[in-house]
Design a protein around this ligand. Structure first.
Ligand code: BES
Ligand code: MN
Ligand code: ZN
Length: 498
């Protein structure tokens, strides 16, 4: 798809299709004036309440010449609202078989570059087409090929709009990549395959990458990843990626990203019930987000230094599987008593966090579909943010706001840490259901050097979308990619959060 930006008067628009955003709130959007300038005849329809302008609804009107006018109710006047409305309009245009459309920039209380950013994101994410493994391919053509953003106001400055479009397209592409990887069935994406793919993609993007196979994992003493992967005939892997952007580095160490990469989580010997077990193919959403972020940073040539560590394992029961009661020695040297083989995420992350620290990072951010408890606490669209460093907490929260991803700061409540004490080893890996998300985070913290800024995002809820919305089909969401890329880049958008 081609996306262009131009300035000009609305009444000069050439059909085939024009999209105008309207809100129910007069004064909060200028949709009415824009409509009056473009097609005054349709204004009475809006005034008469012919469609619900306050909802993200698309109202297509066909003109005499066969062209389309799409009136789009903007719904919430937020980044997410604009994203969904745009995606909905895009889907509608494709449904109508339209090949080229002009989107008139709405004036809605967001800076102009942000409007351009979220229009781009909406148009791009609406094109998400999941692969289906059907024996007979179904043809789902996307007709829309040419998109123009029409600005009837002032150009924000040379190259600004185009730069924003390019940036948002790269972010959307990364998010789509993370979604596709996450949704891939576990028989088609096990640790060796994931690692191979990561190497290949890294090579294509000028990112350096290395992989520890099971032999190397044993030599290095990565007992956590090995224990979790020991029940599967697909051996575990640890992938390390590094990207050093132009001018990045100096005295400041890299930002380390760590992503949980359980390609399938059956629970191991502590087997999960069959209901919803199929969803556990998405237990590598954190690794997919970290990988996609590094690739996008390289593509965008962001001036940052990044290291990503992806611990990849398949958690299955078998005669060789790790048992409750086993004690394993992790890469840091700390010993862990396994209590419940379904708490495998933190065990692989223990090794990955230790490995990340060998790169002397200035900060670590991990992403993991870690605990059902976090989804119970925050639901299916908010991630838990665990972070004891105030500056990093603020930076991640601010990035998430600007990225229209929801995170909520959760407490690393110190006293619960005692529950991880055990006579047998340095610590045990789980301690019952109460406060499960916090206890998991406190477990991870034992593997991070005191004082090193570290943030843990439990993305268990938002990693998966239970029902389709315009910007995302049912399934993996690619959550985290947008927040990380915002964090890593001042980006073209510098406005403070609304
Ligand atoms: N991968 C799961 C968490 C999860 C739950 C992901 C629901 C997606 C949907 C994780 O490995 C897990 O099983 N956690 C256990 C921890 C418990 C055994 C301490 C949980 O949350 O029940
Ligand atoms: Mn588990
Ligand atoms: Zn898991």
């Amino acid at each position: 798809m081609n996306i262009e930006y131009k300035t000009g008067p609305i009444d000069g628009i050439v059909q085939p299709a024009t999209v105008i955003f309207i809100t129910a709130d007069p004064g909060k959007s200028d949709g009415d004036q824009k409509l009056a300038a473009f097609r005054p005849a349709f204004l009475p329809l809006v005034k008469a309440g012919a469609f619900k302008v306050g909802k993200p609804e698309v109202f297509p009107l066909q003109g005499a010449g066969g062209g389309w006018l799409l009136l789009v109710g903007l719904g919430q006047l937020t980044r997410a609202g604009l994203l969904e409305s745009t995606a909905k309009a895009t889907k509608k245009l494709s449904g109508l078989g339209v090949e080229a459309a002009t989107f008139v920039l709405p004036d809605m209380g967001l800076g102009k570059l942000e409007v351009i950013e979220w229009l781009t994101m909406g148009v791009s994410l609406a094109m998400d087409q999941r692969p289906a493994y059907k024996s007979k391919a179904e043809d789902k053509p996307q007709s829309l090929r040419e998109v123009t953003f029409l600005d009837d106001g002032e150009d924000p400055g040379p190259g600004q709009a185009i730069g924003t479009i390019a940036w948002a397209r790269a972010v959307a592409k990364a998010q789509l990549r993370a979604r596709a990887l996450t949704d891939r069935p576990a028989n088609l994406l096990y640790p060796e395959l994931f690692a191979g793919l990561a190497l290949e993609l890294a090579g294509d993007h000028g990112v350096s990458a290395s992989v520890w196979d099971e032999k190397r994992l044993a030599e290095e003493g990565a007992g956590g990843v090995l224990a979790v992967g020991s029940g599967s005939s697909h051996p575990p892997r640890m992938v390390v990626l590094e990207y050093r952007g132009p001018g990045a580095g100096g005295d400041v160490g890299p930002t380390a990203l760590v992503g949980k990469g359980i390609t399938f989580d059956s629970g191991g010997l502590c087997l999960k019930p069959p209901e919803n077990m199929a969803l556990m193919k998405t237990d590598m959403a954190g690794a997919a987000a970290a990988l996609s972020t590094v690739l996008a940073a390289a593509e965008l040539r962001l001036p940052v230094w990044l290291v990503a560590v992806l611990p990849l394992a398949e958690n299955l029961p078998s005669g060789t599987a790790v048992r409750p009661g086993d004690v394993v020695t992790t890469l840091s040297g700390q010993t862990v008593e396994i209590m419940n083989t379904d708490a495998e995420g933190r065990v692989v992350l223990a090794d990955a966090l230790a490995l990340a620290q060998r790169h002397n990072p200035s900060r670590i951010i991990d992403l993991a579909t870690l605990t059902g408890a976090c989804a119970v606490a925050l639901g299916d669209s908010v991630a838990g943010l665990f972070c004891s460093d105030p500056a990093l907490t603020e930076a991640v929260s601010q990035a998430a706001r600007l990225a229209a991803e929801d995170v909520w700061h959760m407490p690393l409540h110190e006293p619960y840490g005692e529950k991880l004490d055990t006579e047998l080893a340095d610590l045990r890996e789980s301690a019952g259901r109460l406060g499960g998300a916090i206890i998991a985070a406190l477990f991870l913290r034992r593997f991070v050097a005191p004082g090193l800024p570290w943030a843990h995002l439990d993305i268990v809820g938002p990693a998966r979308n239970p029902a389709a919305r315009p910007s995302c089909p049912e399934g993996a969401t690619g959550f985290g990619v947008r927040t990380l890329l915002k964090l890593l880049s001042a980006g073209p958008v510098t406005e403070p959060a609304a």
